[in-house]
Write a protein that binds this ligand. Sequence first.
Ligand SMILES: [Zn+2]
Length: 180
Amino acid sequence: MKLKIIKDSNPIMRKKSLPVEMPLSKEDKDTLDMMLDYLKKSQDEEYAKKHNYRPGVGMAAIQIGLLKRMFVIYYEKESGPVEYQLVNPVMLETSVKQCALEAGEGCLSVDNDHFGLVHRYYKIKMKAYEAIRGEEIVITAFGYDAIVLQHEYDHLNGVFFYDHINPSAPDKQLPGEQII
Ligand SMILES: [Zn+2]
């Protein structure tokens, strides 16, 4: 089954997602598996081209129309794949130091280009139930890893990456901000 990705023009994307009932139902676990599968396929160049997928490293349930506080992440790093199915995540700590991706951010739900630095916390600590491992985990993440987690976490609260761009000074670095 091909997942239909909802775009930012749909008002549902601005809604706050609701807590997922625990223990995790089979239906919710199956949904997370489908979402993760989509991300992996989207990063397979040949498959993505054939099926008209855009590469993505994260997807929140709201992006397929489910108002549930859960999201998946998948990308490869030198140290190995980063792979999560996070349910009911809670942000425990955020750093004063900020960071931003030099090239800006993208989103499977956003087709238009939004130029500018997306200001994020450089370091975060997040707690969630992780459905691949089947247990609660606490993630401490820096830089790019922290950015991806914040991007997906934002979707649970109806926030888009471009909400963090300063429209009057889109390329202005904040004091002490690390550009990645
Ligand atoms: Zn997104």
